[in-house]
Design a protein around this ligand. Structure first.
Ligand SMILES: *Cc1c(COP(=O)(O)O)cnc(C)c1O
Length: 358
């Protein structure tokens, strides 16, 4: 038999999560964010599966958008950072991509282009994240210029939140107020909400929402909420035991001897490592499930293997299943034990791990 490491992806759960985003935003249009290979879940498969329900897809760059068109995806596709070079405008026109516009140079490039079929533009306002977008003074001018261009068919006003996952923070409300102060006068359709805002800040729902991480079933929120509790886990990362060892007390396990047994310890070796995308920084104690029973990582994660505590599983044996994250092992807990976030874990799963769709 082959190496057991695999990522099983529950597409029905993904569709449930997309429809949850739509229902939370009372039937708004929702851009399913499938950049970075759908956060590691496989962009083409995800897009095909959502094609009958999704209003649009969102990606990070034209390469990702072209991959979807080549696979026969006909939905609107939004380039969330717009184009990086002016020569992309021809493809944007040809494939009817929606482009974000966040900088003056992009307006200049559109104005200078020979686009004949006008394109859809989502013009980005910087409401306080200070990454991309026009500030309050620049925004009015950007809108006026874009509205005057024959190359532009329509505009949507968009912004992005820095702290929508922090439910106690008042910064989201500051950003919302900044957005309304600068944008309301233009009467444009509005697109503000990422997953966290879709789940928790209804006043941001506007005309379009942009759910990403919630599609994959992981809550971005720093607290539990009823809405987030309705998410269904999409990916189960699993593998199997390839060896079971008995160590006496006082013996180290793995590189650097980080973990040392304090009692006679049954150790399981799992075919999963950082070359699969499992986080190398996972601490001793990171949760993992063997045979459906919760236990912990002990010892540093190596490239192709990791070690887990089986002391409470005297019957565990080679071949037994191990869940690294999924319905039983919360990816957010694994992420916290590795000082990272679910987004980074999902997008870090490497090609060595087969994706299996169910
Ligand atoms: C990635 C991204 C999103 C989705 O964010 P999530 O936190 O995954 O929901 C939304 N909008 C923009 C502009 C993005 O780049």
């Amino acid at each position: 038999m082959a190496r057991a490491a695999k990522a099983v992806i529950d597409l029905a759960a993904l569709k449930h999560n997309y429809l949850l985003a739509k229902s939370l935003s009372s039937g708004n249009k929702a851009v399913a964010i499938i950049k970075a290979n759908a956060y590691g879940h496989g962009a083409v498969v995800v897009a095909r599966y959502l094609a009958d329900v999704a209003d649009a897809f969102g990606v990070a760059c034209i390469e990702e958008a072209l991959e979807l068109r080549a696979a026969g995806i006909e939905q609107p596709i939004a380039l969330l950072e717009g184009f990086f070079t002016a020569d992309e405008l021809e493809l944007i026109e040809q494939h009817r991509f929606i482009t974000a516009v966040h900088s003056q140079w992009q307006i200049d490039a559109i104005a200078a282009s020979s686009i004949k079929t006008p394109i859809q533009v989502w013009v980005k306002f910087d409401s306080g994240m200070h990454r991309l977008g026009f500030n309050a003074e620049g925004f009015a001018s950007a809108i006026a210029q874009l509205q005057s261009l024959p190359q532009v068919a329509s505009l949507v006003a968009m912004t992005h939140f820095a702290c929508a996952d922090e439910l106690e923070s008042d910064y989201t409300e500051t950003q919302i107020a900044n957005f309304h102060a600068a944008c309301d006068q233009f009467g444009l359709p509005v697109c503000m909400a990422n997953s966290a805002a879709t789940l928790h800040w209804p006043q941001t729902h506007g005309d379009w929402v942009r759910p990403g991480i919630m599609l994959y079933g992981a809550s971005p929120l720093d607290q539990k909420t009823d809405a987030a509790d309705q998410l269904k886990t999409v990916m189960t990362l699993s593998s199997a035991l390839i060896a079971v060892r008995e160590l006496p007390a006082g013996e180290p396990i793995g590189y650097g001897r980080r973990f040392v047994t304090t009692e006679p310890t049954r150790v399981g070796v799992v075919a999963m490592g950082y070359a699969d995308g499992y986080p190398r920084h996972a601490k001793d104690g990171t949760p993992v499930a063997v045979n459906g029973q919760m236990t912990r990582v002990i010892g540093k994660v190596s490239m192709d293997m990791m070690t887990v505590d089986l002391t409470n599983q005297p019957d565990a044996k080679v071949g037994d299943p191990v869940e690294l994250w999924g319905a039983q092992v919360d990816i957010n807990e694994v992420a916290a034990c590795a000082d990272t976030i679910s987004y980074s874990l999902y997008t870090g799963i490497t090609n060595r791990v087969p994706r299996i769709y169910s």
